[in-house]
Design a protein around this ligand. Structure first.
Ligand code: NAX
Ligand code: K
Length: 498
C-alpha cells in the first residue's frame, strides 16, 4: 500500500477539493468514521472528545455530534476558545450543540473511551504546556483511547514523539497511512491502525506519485521468483557465502542454509582452509570450498556464480575488504552485511565508488543501526534529525546501493528514491543470527535474478513472516526451518499453484 507523507496527504486533500469535493465533506466523512469506530470500541458508557484548534479537532467535533445524535453520552474538551476556531473546524464546532469544556485535566474523569483529536498532521512543533499536561493526563487515565489520524504528539512523517504523545488503543487514519504510522515509536503509539476511505479519489495518486510503500506482497508479487516446471538447480542460481575463520563460522552457515531454503539452486560456503573441517562437518546440501586468498576467491566467483553474501562472521579487515572488491569487480550481485560494512568504516567512499562503478551488479547493504552510523556518518552529519526513512533514502543515494536498515520498522531504499517500511516483524526476531538468515535469503533472491530492491523487500518480508511463524522463543536456526511454511502461505496468497 502507498504511504503518503503529511505534505502528500495535504496534496491529496487539495486535489480532491479542487475536483469538486468540499473539504468539509471530507471532514464529515472522517468524523463519522471516527464515530463508528468509537461505537465499536465502547458499546456503552460515556465518551469524551478532546479537541485541538485545527482540523483534527474538527474531525473530533463531527464525531461528537454524530455520537450524540446516536444517543451516546458525549462531552467535549477544547484546547482553545471556541470563538477562535477557523474554517472547517469552526463549521464542525457549530454542529456540536452541547457544552464545550475548558482544557482542564481534572475534567477527564473515567469515560468508557477518549477520542484524541488534539493534533493530527498539522503538528509542527514540540508539545508543551497545557496540551502536554492534557496528553499526560489522558495517558494516565487508564481508559481506551481512539486517536484521530495520528496519536497527538506523534510526527506523521518520522513517527517521532514531539515532546509527549498519546498512547492510543486504536488509531483511525484516512485514505492512506503516513510514515509515522509504521515507523517506531509512532507505530507503538498508534495501537491498532485502521485506514478508512473518506471519499478521496485514488486517481490523485497518479499526480502525487508516492515513493514510499508498506512492504507487503502486493508491492513485489510480480518480481517474486517461482521455479518453472523445467527449472533445474543451475537455473535457480548459485550463491556463494563467505565464511570467517575457525572461531566464527556459524554465521556464514546460517546464511548459507537460509540461501538454500530461500530458493538458490546451489550454495557454496567459501571457507578458510583452517575452518574447512568445521564447515564441512556441519553442512550437507551446502557445498564447501577452500578459499584463503583474494585470488582464490576471485577464481571461485569467476565461475557460474550469480550472487555473493559477505559479512556474517567474516571478520573486520583487509581480507574482507579484498573479497568485497573482488565481488564488485566481478560484477556479481551482492549482499554486504555486518563485518563487510564495518571493514569500510574508515573509508566508506572507497566502497561507494566501487558500487557506483558497477551499477548493474545489484548490491544490497544490510546494516543494523550501529553499522549504519559507522558507514553513513556523513549522511547523519549532513542531515541531522531526519527520519529513519529519509536517512535510508539519503544513504542509498550516497552509496549507489539498495540500503536496508534493520529494526522493528526495517526500511529498504533505492537510489532512485523508492522506499518501503516493513511492519510485520515480531519483537522476538531480534535475536543472535537473525540478520545472518536475512542476508542469506536476500542472497538467494539475488541469485535467482530478482532485482536488488525487490530482493531486499521480499527478504525482509519473508524474514518477518518467518519470525511470526516460529513464534516466541525462536532462535535463528528456526527461521530457516519455517521458511517452507512461509513460502506455502505466500504461494496461496498469490494464487501460485504448487
Ligand atoms: N481537508 C482536509 O485537509 C482534511 C483534514 N482532516 C484532518 O485535519 C487534520 C489536519 O488538520 P490541520 O492541518 O488543521 O492540523 P491539526 O489539526 O493537526 O493541528 C494544527 C493546529 O495545531 C497547532 N499546533 C501544531 N503543533 C502544535 C503544538 N505542538 N502545540 C500547540 N499547537 C500546535 C497549529 O498551530 C494549528 O493551529 C488531519 O490530521 C485530519 O485529522 C480530515 O478532516 C480530512 C480532511
Ligand atoms: K489526534
Amino acid at each position: 500500500m502507498d504511504i503518503l507523507t503529511t505534505d502528500e496527504m495535504a496534496r491529496a486533500d487539495q486535489l480532491t477539493i479542487a475536483a469538486g469535493t468540499p473539504g468539509f465533506k471530507l471532514m464529515r466523512a472522517a468524523g463519522r468514521a471516527v464515530a463508528d469506530v468509537a461505537g465499536e470500541l465502547a458499546e456503552e458508557g460515556a465518551i469524551l472528545v478532546v479537541a485541538g484548534r485545527g482540523n483534527n479537532g474538527g474531525d473530533g467535533f463531527v464525531a461528537a455530534a454524530e455520537l450524540a445524535a446516536q444517543g451516546r453520552d458525549v462531552s467535549v474538551i477544547l484546547l482553545c476558545d471556541r470563538a477562535t476556531l477557523k474554517g472547517d473546524a469552526a463549521l464542525a464546532a457549530k454542529g456540536w450543540k452541547g457544552e464545550v469544556l475548558p482544557c482542564d485535566p481534572s475534567l477527564i474523569g473515567q469515560p468508557a473511551l477518549i477520542i484524541d483529536a488534539l493534533f493530527g498532521a498539522g503538528l509542527n512543533r514540540p508539545v508543551k504546556g497545557d496540551p502536554l499536561i492534557m496528553i499526560d493526563a489522558i495517558n494516565a487515565a487508564g481508559v481506551p483511547v481512539l486517536a484521530v489520524d495520528l496519536p497527538s504528539g506523534i510526527n506523521g512523517d518520522s513517527g517521532g514523539v514531539m515532546g509527549g504523545a498519546i498512547r492510543a488503543t486504536e488509531t483511525v487514519t484516512f485514505f492512506r497511512p503516513k510514515p509515522g504510522h509504521l515507523l517506531v515509536p509512532g507505530r507503538v503509539h498508534c495501537g491498532r491502525l485502521r485506514v478508512i476511505d473518506i471519499g478521496i479519489d485514488e486517481d490523485v495518486l497518479a499526480e502525487i506519485r508516492p515513493q514510499t510503500f508498506e512492504n507487503n506482497p502486493d508491492l513485489w508479487a510480480d518480481a517474486f521468483p517461482v521455479p518453472k516446471i523445467n527449472s533445474h538447480k543451475f537455473s535457480r542460481g548459485h550463491a556463494v557465502i563467505v565464511s570467517g575463520d575457525i572461531a566464527s563460522t556459524g554465521a556464514a552457515r546460517l546464511s548459507a542454509r537460509a540461501a538454500l531454503r530461500g530458493g538458490a539452486g546451489l550454495v557454496t560456503v567459501a571457507s578458510p582452509r583452517d575452518a574447512l573441517a568445521v564447515n564441512a562437518a556441519a553442512l550437507t546440501a551446502v557445498m564447501v570450498r577452500p578459499v584463503d586468498t583474494a585470488a582464490e576467491f576471485a577464481a571461485l566467483i569467476g565461475g557460474k556464480v550469480s550472487a555473493c553474501v559477505i559479512g556474517p562472521g567474516a571478520g573486520v579487515g583487509e581480507r574482507t575488504r579484498m573479497f568485497v572488491e573482488a565481488i564488485l569487480a566481478a560484477r556479481r550481485h551482492a549482499v554486504l552485511d555486518a563485518d563487510a560494512l564495518t571493514s569500510f568504516a574508515d573509508a566508506p567512499e572507497r566502497l561507494f565508488d566501487l558500487i557506483k562503478a558497477s551499477p548493474e551488479s545489484g548490491v544490497v547493504l544490510t546494516p543494523h543501526e550501529g553499522e549504519f552510523s559507522r558507514i553513513f556518518s556523513k549522511v547523519d552529519e549532513k542531515h541531522p534529525a531526519v527520519s529513519k526513512l529519509e536517512r535510508v533514502r539519503l544513504a542509498a543515494q550516497e552509496s549507489g546501493a539498495i540500503v536496508l536498515l534493520k529494526g522493528p520498522d526495517t526500511v529498504v531504499a533505492s537510489p532512485d528514491g523508492r522506499a518501503t517500511i516493513a511492519a510485520n516483524a515480531p519483537p522476538w526476531l531480534a535475536t543472535a543470527g537473525s540478520g545472518d538468515v536475512l542476508a542469506g535469503v536476500i542472497g538467494a533472491l539475488l541469485a535467482q535474478g530478482v532485482p536488488a530492491y525487490e530482493a531486499a523487500c521480499i527478504g525482509v518480508w519473508m524474514h518477518g513472516e518467518a519470525g511470526s511463524e516460529a513464534g516466541p522463543g525462536l532462535i535463528a536456526e528456526d527461521l530457516t526451518e519455517v521458511l517452507p511454511a512461509v513460502f506455502r502461505r505466500l504461494y496461496d496468497q498469490l494464487g501460485i499453484q504448487y
